[in-house]
Design a protein around this ligand. Structure first.
Ligand code: PLP
Length: 380
C-alpha cells in the first residue's frame, strides 16, 4: 500500500525539472552494433591481446585482492608511461579512458560563459562537454576540402580569447591532420588559454606528436589513449601530458580510484612490449592504406586522405541505404551524416585482412544496386 496518496506525491515532472537544463537538453551517447560480425564503426584495433599475454595477465589478476581499492592514482602506470615517453611522471594525469578526462577539462576550465574554441567537424564529446558546463562555444568550420582552417582558428582565438581550444589531430571524423607548425601557431596565439591536442590517432600520423612543444608552452596539454593503437578500448585508459604544475592543479579536481588495477596492469604489460605495438600499428596502417586505395579505385567513390586507422568516404548511394545494404551482409560502418559538414559521408576503420575483404565484397555488391531505394521519393 502506498504511504502517500499519489496526488500528494511530488510529480515526476517537478522532479525532472530540478535537473540542470544543460543536462536535460542532451542526448545519451549511443553507438550500438556490438554483435555485428564485421564491426568497423568505432575505430577500434582489430587485434585483441596475444593469447599468451592474456593468459599471463589473467593469472596475475587471480592474485589481485578484488576487495581492496587501487591506489588513488595509478602510480605504477604513471611511472611506466613516463619512462616510455621520456617525460616527468608529475606531468601525467591518467584517466578512465581519454573520454573521461574531457570532463576534467570542463571541471577545471569551463565556468558558465567561458569562451571555448573548437574546430568543426570534431569528435562530438568535446562540444557536449562545453554545453554541459554552459561554456560559450565558438565553432570554426573547416575549409571546403574538410582540412582544418588554421587561419580561421587563429582569428577565432584572437576574437574571443578562449580558456580552452581543443585540436584533435589527426582528426576524428575526417582523418586529416594539422602540421606541428600549425598546432604551434594556435598554441602560441591562445596563450595563456589552454590548447588540448587530442592525439588519439598519433601512432598512425606521419607527422608524429606535438609532445616536443610541451617544453616551451605550459598552456599546451596533449591527450592520448590506449584504445586505438594499443587495442585496449575495453579496459579504459587515457592520459593527459602537460607541465607538472598544471597537471598538479588539474589533479585536484580528480576523483580518486578512476583507474582499476586490471586496466593498470594490462597497460603496463603493453608498455613493456613496444615491438608488439609497433608491429600492430604497422599492420593497421597498411590496412588503412589498402582501404584508401581500394575505395579510391571504385567508381563514384570519394575518399578523404587519412592519417589514422580509419577512412572517411562517400558514394553516390544514399548513406542510410548503403549502411543497410552493408548491414545485410554483416558489415557495420558509421554514418557521419549527423555532422552538417559531412552529409553523405561514411567512416570505416581498418580491420583484419578478413574483415577488410568482407567490407570490400559487401561494398562492391551494395554499389551495384540503384543509388536510391526503389520506393524512395525523389525529394527524400
Ligand atoms: C578523437 C578521439 N578522442 C578520444 C577518443 C576516445 O578515447 P577513449 O577510448 O580513450 O575514451 C576517440 C575514440 O573514438 C577519439 O576518436
Amino acid at each position: 500500500m502506498a504511504i502517500t496518496e499519489p496526488s500528494q506525491a511530488t510529480s515526476l515532472e517537478a522532479v525532472l525539472q530540478t535537473i540542470r537544463p544543460a543536462v536535460r537538453a542532451e542526448h545519451p551517447y549511443l553507438v550500438g552494433g556490438t554483435d555485428t560480425p564485421v564491426k568497423l564503426n568505432q575505430n577500434e584495433s582489430p587485434f585483441d591481446l596475444p593469447a599468451d599475454l592474456k593468459a599471463e595477465l589473467l593469472d596475475a589478476f587471480a592474485r589481485v585482492d578484488f576487495n581492496r581499492y587501487p591506489t588513488e592514482q595509478p602510480d605504477r602506470l604513471r611511472h611506466a608511461l613516463a619512462d616510455a615517453l621520456a617525460c616527468d611522471p608529475e606531468g601525467l594525469l591518467i584517466g578512465n579512458g581519454s573520454n573521461e578526462l574531457t570532463y576534467t577539462l570542463g571541471l577545471v576550465l569551463i565556468d558558465p560563459g567561458t569562451p571555448v574554441v573548437l574546430p568543426r567537424p570534431m569528435f562530438s564529446l568535446y562540444e557536449k562537454v562545453v554545453r554541459l558546463f554552459d561554456g560559450a562555444l565558438t565553432p570554426v568550420p573547416p575549409r571546403p576540402d574538410l582540412r582544418f582552417d588554421t587561419e580561421g582558428l587563429l582569428a577565432a582565438v584572437r576574437a574571443v580569447r578562449p580558456a580552452l581550444v581543443v585540436l584533435t589531430t589527426p582528426n576524428n571524423p575526417t582523418g586529416l591532420a594539422m602540421t606541428p607548425a600549425e598546432v604551434e601557431a594556435v598554441v602560441a596565439e591562445a596563450a595563456p588559454g589552454f590548447v588540448v591536442v587530442d592525439e588519439a590517432y598519433v601512432e598512425f600520423n606521419e607527422a608524429g606528436s606535438v609532445q616536443p612543444l610541451l617544453e616551451a608552452y605550459p598552456n599546451l596539454l596533449v591527450m592520448r589513449t590506449f584504445s586505438k593503437a594499443y587495442g585496449l578500448a575495453g579496459l579504459r585508459i587515457g592520459y593527459l601530458m602537460g607541465h607538472p604544475a598544471v597537471i598538479r592543479e588539474f589533479g585536484k579536481s580528480r576523483l580518486p580510484f578512476m583507474v582499476d588495477r586490471l586496466a593498470e596492469m594490462t597497460a603496463c604489460a603493453l608498455l613493456a612490449r613496444p615491438a608488439l605495438i609497433r608491429e600492430r600499428v604497422a599492420a593497421m596502417r597498411a590496412a588503412r592504406q589498402e582501404l584508401e586505395a581500394m575505395l579510391a579505385a571504385m567508381e563514384g567513390v570519394e575518399v578523404v586522405p587519412s592519417q589514422t586507422n580509419f577512412v572517411l568516404f562517400r558514394t553516390l548511394v544514399e548513406p542510410a541505404l548503403l549502411m543497410a545494404r552493408l548491414a545485410e551482409q554483416g558489415v557495420l560502418v558509421r554514418n557521419m551524416g549527423g555532422y552538417p559538414e559531412l552529409k553523405g559521408y561514411l567512416r570505416v576503420n581498418a580491420g583484419t585482412p578478413a574483415e577488410n575483404k568482407a567490407f570490400r565484397a559487401a561494398l562492391e555488391s551494395a554499389l551495384q544496386k540503384p543509388v536510391t531505394a526503389p520506393d524512395a521519393s525523389p525529394s527524400s
